[in-house]
Design a protein around this ligand. Structure first.
Ligand SMILES: *Cc1c(COP(=O)(O)O)cnc(C)c1O
Length: 524
């Protein structure tokens, strides 16, 4: 029985160390979540990992998803009371998802299973973590407040190129002790993405369009974070600290470990595999967070064989896994049909390497310094061998990605978004004997323009016909739904044209403008 997963007797004693060994000693889960990044720039990982038997994992299928998550967090021995964990997970994984299974699996054939991670409020997989992290964040802050270790609130600031901003807004809206401000490049996100953000409800949310491109927007936000005088002023005058709650936060990674364990249980319960059978997992990868979560799931006992890493044309991770050298010294950033994987510096790889070196913080510190200074690092041969034991990788270009969307629709009547299409195509190239679980990271209707191109055999980046280009994102999705007979556009995406636009401010990308906006929001 799943209920038999024991919380270690030493409640609260599973501390978190950091990947560079530079911070002032290990901290409990609550502090790791509130701190985000460790002092010294390293990332937190748990000192000890739980170990689950196949029987314990399989038994999770008897529980609703929220209870599976709670059972796994207790196995990780996080320092929040059991009742708090139960209550928070009930809120994180409930009616806010449009499927009772939270992340159901659709099988295309006996050995190809699509894990649909986009049934949350924003229709992208970031909801799986961002519907949970804010609860951890708020509960951790209250616990620290009660312990006299904290006496302020938080303002989360997020620069977004599209998906993350809306997922963060939905996650943090209405959460006690926090406000959330999101900045996106004016004109640099799709119609759907912009409308998703500027129609967000709730009192503690604010959205700004920023003049310039995503880089300008992100640089402005980074400068705001490193302005100590501004931080001090906000803290003394408003009792507010800035936080980013970004994808390097352990509280964002842990919820992702849950769905790999849970989907293994699900596959066993539905008779698609036998308990103990190995599966391979294929993940469309950007920051390496999602695939790292699958590695942790394997490490704590889920029978996972190979982790298949799927890249788009920004193939730095594929090249790393194939050569042992991570090199961005001469690599241009390429805009692709799968924009949420357009990343050159893959921040969660640091955690993976820490684990694969047997937790050698010194080596990690050296490699990260090389990356910073020479834009390149090379791992030693033992570490590279371990990379090869666990991972294989391939990159899929835009034309192949779009062709895959069409092919899968024709063969299976199933419509993939471009990110999932990259994973599907990579899995076809990399798979062996094991059944493959493919992480599907977005609903197709978030990326209607490229889905339209795929269905009409258009080239990547080709201009849409004028009559199609003039449609709103919602209208384009309806057109695709009619053409394909798919009538599964999520409610949150279908109604965007009729929702009230709450935020219309456009600000400059310099640090003064961003700080002025943040301060005005703080004192609203
Ligand atoms: C963020 C994102 C990814 C990449 O996930 P990582 O954890 O950064 O590897 C893939 N697909 C979609 C749709 C995303 O939003």
């Amino acid at each position: 029985m799943a209920q038999c997963i024991d919380r270690a007797a030493s409640f609260g004693q599973n501390l978190y160390v950091d990947t560079r060994g530079a911070a002032g000693g290990p901290v409990p889960f609550t502090e790791a979540v509130v701190n985000g990044l460790a002092a010294g720039g390293g990332l937190y990982v748990p000192q000890e990992l739980p170990s689950l038997s196949v029987a314990e994992i399989a038994a999770l299928a008897e529980l609703p998803y929220a209870e599976r998550a709670a059972a796994i967090y207790k196995a990780f021995n996080i320092d929040l009371p059991d009742e708090t964990i139960d209550e928070l997970m009930g809120r994180a994984y409930g009616e806010n998802f449009d499927d009772a299974a939270i992340c159901p699996i659709t099988s295309l054939d006996d050995n190809t299973h699509i894990l649909e991670l986009w049934h949350g409020p924003t229709s992208a997989f970031k909801d799986m973590a961002l519907q949970c992290l804010p609860h951890f964040f708020s509960a951790s802050a209250s616990a620290l407040r009660e312990a006299g270790k904290l006496d302020h609130d938080f303002m989360i600031l997020v620069a977004t190129s599209g998906d993350t901003g809306k997922a963060a807004l939905e996650g943090f809206k209405g959460v006690d002790g926090t406000t959330i401000g999101v900045l996106f490049p004016d004109g640099g996100v799709s119609d759907i993405q912009r409308k998703q953000m500027v129609t967000t409800t709730g009192d503690n949310v604010r959205v700004w369009a920023v003049r310039g491109n995503f880089d300008d927007c992100q640089t402005g936000v980074k400068r705001t974070f490193s302005d100590d005088a501004f931080a001090k002023q906000l803290l003394t005058e408003d009792a507010v600290a800035l936080s980013s709650a970004n994808s390097i936060n352990w509280g964002r990674l842990l919820p992702q470990v849950v769905y790999y364990i849970s989907s293994y249980a699900e596959l066993v319960a539905s008779g698609k595999i036998e308990a103990g059978d190995e599966i391979d997992v294929c993940v469309p990868t950007g920051n390496f967070g999602n695939i790292l979560a699958a590695w942790y799931a394997k490490q704590i006992g889920t029978p996972i064989g190979m982790l298949l890493c799927a890249s788009n044309d920004n193939r730095v991770l594929t090249d790393f896994i194939n050569t042992g050298t991570y090199d961005i010294s001469d690599r241009a950033f390429i805009l692709t049909a799968s924009p949420s994987m357009d990343i050159l510096v893959s921040s969660n790889l640091e955690r993976q390497l820490f684990e694969l070196t047997g937790r050698d913080g010194e080596a990690i510190g050296r490699w990260m310094a090389d990356l910073n200074e020479k834009h390149c690092f090379r791992v030693d041969s033992d570490t590279f061998a371990r990379v090869r034991e666990n991972f294989s990788a391939d990159s899929i270009d835009n034309a192949h990605c779009l062709a895959t969307i069409k092919e899968v629709l024709d063969e299976h009547g199933y419509l993939l978004d471009p990110h999932t299409a990259v994973a599907y195509a990579a899995a076809q190239n990399l798979r062996g004997e094991n059944p493959v679980l493919i992480a599907s990271t977005a609903h197709w209707a978030k990326f209607g323009d490229n889905v339209y191109r795929a269905l009409h055999a258009m080239a990547p980046g080709e201009a849409l016909p004028a009559e199609v280009a003039s449609l709103t994102g919602c209208q384009l999705n309806e057109r695709i739904a009619e053409e394909t007979g798919r009538c599964d556009i999520p409610a949150g995406l279908a109604n965007l044209d009729t929702m009230e636009v709450r935020f219309t401010d456009v600000i400059d990308n310099d640090v003064e403008a961003i700080e002025a906006a943040a301060e005005a929001f703080c004192r609203r």
